[in-house]
Design a protein around this ligand. Sequence first.
Ligand code: FEO
Length: 396
Amino acid sequence: MKPLEIAKGIYWVGSIDWNIRDFHGYSTHDGTTYNAFLIMDEKITLIDTVKKEFADELIRNISQIVDPQKIDYVVSNHTEMDHSGGLARVMHRIGEDKPLYCSKMGAKNLAKHFPQKWNYQPVENGGELSLGKRTLTFLETRMVHWPDSMFSYLKEDKILFSSDGFGQHYAGLERFDDEIGDKIMIDAKKYFANILMLYSPLILKLVNKVTEMGLEIDMICPDHGIMWRKDPSKIINAYAEWSEQKPKRKALVIYDTMWHSTEMMAEAIVDSLGQEGVDAKPMHLRRCHRSDIITEVLDAGAILVGSPTLNNQIFPTIADFLTYMKGLKPKNKVAAAFGSYGWSGEAVKVIKNELEEMDFDIIDPGIRMQYVPDEKCIAACYELGKKVAEALPKVL
Ligand code: FEO
């Protein structure tokens, strides 16, 4: 993809990764982009690089605008290798002695990834760097998404280079929010749920800080996906809402099944929830990817998890999902477990313990059924649906 002038003298020079489908366990159905930006000022400045495999493309893009050796400054907003993997190739091409601006933690973390003794210039929160006619201000944004993360704000152009923040794993010909419309919010929500949900309290503070500082923002340029220029407040407000994790009248029935018994229970619970006016859906763990389920978990008020007992354990996909969900620390959920078994039947207890450890409100001891659900079991599933519906907010 050729470079694109996104504002006068400021270029997108990154790469589009059309074919990536698994981003360290996150399903990227739509691919992704690694955005990098070139600011043409008295001091020519590169903000972020790309994944290592795309470094040559980045250099080709820069070369269409300026000789890479004329770059004066490099800014690394985030150490993770989808944005810094290309640094070795880029620094070698533009000059190993060029100043490399990053947070203090960024300097430490980059040094743990690269043996080169680069000219690190750690910056403070609020620190400024004059590029000539323009000024960059650095904002520490720890844990959005690593301890080294920071944003860079270009004062005169009112552009926020936000690294992972406000990003989306989306590869497309559209480059801006006004070109793609609201459908990008699905990808933005998925990104938030899977990458940032556990840092919700920090993000809420960050959004409040940015609001209090009165930063004027005409454009937000994240390192993944489209750039927000039509209405940057839309994604900022969405982050504030998602960070609060207010539960909706929505329930997820997440399960796996061996001979359809646990599935029969799941379907009965969903049917009951639907009859009670709850937005409910069954999510089979070998049909739905864990990262798509987590997107739904973000604003669900109830999580019901069902598993058969396999060799005295929960089914492996359930273990995978519970581990993933636990790490992301979702909040404000009621929960319960259910499942069929043959002879020992430990799964429901194991799931219940896991859900308790996640601080979910366990509203039922759980439903266990030996072999195939009978009428009594199905009736219990309908009762569980009613109980969950009563515990949820009254509005969808
Ligand atoms: Fe897109 Fe945390 O890296």
